[in-house]
Design a protein around this ligand. Structure first.
Ligand SMILES: Nc1ncnc2c1ncn2[C@@H]1O[C@H](COP(=O)(O)OP(=O)(O)OP(=O)(O)O)[C@@H](O)[C@H]1O
Length: 212
């Protein structure tokens, strides 16, 4: 699903990630690592938000650095602590993302309903609680037809019902061939999620810990 070749990421002269050759297969992957190990940096690179060296391929063919439009259509990213311009409404953001990602008709409303966001999307995001911002970020992450969804700390600030709704969405998308990379500091039980593998970001590398 995701192939790294001679990949590295540094901030100024400080190396954070160095992955010479690695292929992550399709599926649902849990990415673990200590604070500051490089998980968010990895996700931001994969989401096309940060520059890097080397090559990254999605499904063997899409070279992410050379096909930025396809890249953003195929990989979406839900940030750990999303922040939006306070004056814009959730619905305006949803409409923007739906258009940019060519989301199927009706998908945005379905996602908003499933994640319990429909009752507040008409309000400006500056009025949202952190849980409401998180729900909006999940709606945006699932919009369109991404092949890989990156969810950084998806559990933080979500209530129990929304966590279950998110698991159901992950499971449904996985059934349609979508892959996921998830991070979490909480050792949570995910009995309903068919986890493919667990990875560790450590010493600048991404290392396989367990195959499910
Ligand atoms: N914008 C930046 N400029 C310089 N260094 C940065 C920047 N962002 C992150 N770093 C550094 O990169 C390293 C990895 O940070 P990153 O945020 O990716 O870690 P993380 O594994 O997501 O951590 P956490 O679990 O605490 O969220 C850290 O040493 C951090 O100080």
């Amino acid at each position: 699903m995701l192939t790294f070749q001679g990949f590295s990421k540094s901030y100024a002269d400080a190396p954070v990630l160095e992955i010479q050759q690695l292929t992550v297969p399709p599926g649902i992957h849990w990415v673990k690592g200590r604070n500051g190990s490089g998980k968010t940096t990895l996700f931001k690179v994969l989401a096309g938000l940060l520059p890097y060296k080397g090559d990254l391929f999605l499904n063997g063919t899409v070279a992410l650095s050379q096909q930025p439009v396809l890249h953003r259509q195929h990989i979406s990213f839900g940030e750990a602590e999303p922040l939006y311009p306070s004056f814009i409404t959730g619905q305006e953001l949803v409409n923007l993302f739906a258009k940019a990602r060519q989301a199927p008709h009706g998908q945005a409303a379905q996602l908003a309903k499933a994640l319990g966001a429909e009752e507040f999307l008409h309000k400006a995001t500056g009025t949202y609680s952190s849980g409401m911002q998180k729900k909006l970020s999940l709606v945006l992450a699932f919009l369109g037809t991404p092949r890989l969804i990156l969810l950084d700390e998806p559990l933080i600030t979500l209530d129990t019902a929304t966590v279950q709704a998110m698991y159901a969405l992950i499971k449904a998308c996985h059934g349609q061939g979508v892959s996921f990379l998830l991070t979490s500091h909480q050792d949570i039980e995910m009995p309903d999620l068919p986890l493919t593998a667990t990875w560790l970001v450590q010493n600048q590398m991404l290392t396989l810990v367990t195959n499910a």
